[in-house]
Design a protein around this ligand. Sequence first.
Ligand code: HEC
Length: 454
Amino acid sequence: MKYFILFFGYSLLFFMSCNTDESKNGASLILEDMDTYAVIQSQIWDNSCISCHVAGSPFAKQSGLVLTEDVSFLQLINRVPTNSAALADGLLLVGDDGYASFPKSFLWEKINANDAAHFYDDHPEYGAIMPLGDEFLTNGQLEFIRQWIESGAPEKGKVANVSLLDNETRYTAIPFEPLAVPESGFQFHIEPFTVAPGMDREIFLYEKLNNPEAVYVNRVEIAMKSSSHHFLMYQFNEVLVPSRYPPAGLIRDVYTLAGDYRYETLYHLQFHDFVTGTQWPKMDYHYPEGVAFEIPANFGFDLNSHYVNKGTEPIKGEVYANLYTIPRSEVDKIAKLLSVNNLDLNIPANSSQHKILYNFIASEEMNVFQLFSHAHANMTEFRVYGLGGDIDNELLYITFDWEHPPIKEFDPPILLEAGQGFRIETTYDNPNSRALTFGLRSTDEMMILFGAYY
Ligand code: HEC
């Protein structure tokens, strides 16, 4: 499938590049006289990358990569990545071995937007597609860089045609589509809702299943329209008395139009237990063989959708979530939910690389088969180490990406005996003049480790 997509992509690029002759202008004529790498520097790195990848910036420190003209070539060629997963996979930023180096190029992995779904699915620990937080590189720029790498990535000489750059099409993510209703299971749909420009809109919606008896879920599928910060499903714990449940089917906003908290919405948050969720536009999660999550009779879920609109036009949020059920007779082990939430956060004003440690100790034997983190925009690193036993000090989970942290599956699961646990270590940068504490807003912070075990 992947090769088919690549092939299709290249044919498309070829097709586009055949139609560009008449669009040549004065600037590209000068580019034609330049070495290929000098074109990459001036047309791509200088425009899209050096705002972050410049000596001394926190991004350059985090990524270990400076892309300004004075050093960029030496920073890339035959250099091992800073990203530990890419390093462990034996990648180089750019090797000089031509075609053979291409599949081993971490630079290519990081910019190849056309393969974004594969990138996030197969290598969630590789961080984000670059340029971070901006539009993807154009297909013309990507093809230009690809040809340069495949030609042995020379510093001097012309190895790619600058007319490729005239192709300004870009990869756009898989379109959002409604999910099919499961044959056996339940579908939730958060109908389109408007998010005003420059606003956070976070809503809750309590939905009842009307299930006369317990059901067993072994697969969860979620699809959300773009710009979603997250979609999470919670259940209410037993502390919340039934008479205080929120009304079913009613959207509850976290903020008023003026941006203040709505306390009647916040009230219910203290009774939440995390069930499932994602920060990716699409998720299809299968529980391990024979493991299912039990939903008691007459149950309900509190659905939580959060959209951030950084643009200047209103956008629509919309979410589908499917729970697939299997008969009780096919269930060997019942899954339970893990939610480790450190509320005691204090990240001082004007601090950089501020670390917070938090230990979770299991009180019973646990087979943990899923972990993922939840934090906000100031988090630069989220690590989980084993605590005690064979896994003491072993790095089990890491992400540098607060927005799209990987959901990591463990097969076989991590076995925690009672008394063993996790040491969670998060790092934050706080350039603000006020300290950051725990809070729901994307400008507050969080340190939560979610997961599932049996
Ligand atoms: C808004 C800031 C920002 C911009 C713009 C940006 N990057 Fe990055 N880059 C980062 C951060 C942060 C990391 C580390 C986290 C990650 O990999 O997701 C990183 C990591 C990388 C890495 C991995 C380095 C390693 O050795 O692990 C590469 C390669 C990279 N960027 C290339 C680029 C290129 C090429 C561009 C421009 C097309 C670009 N970046 C634009 C912030 C940025």
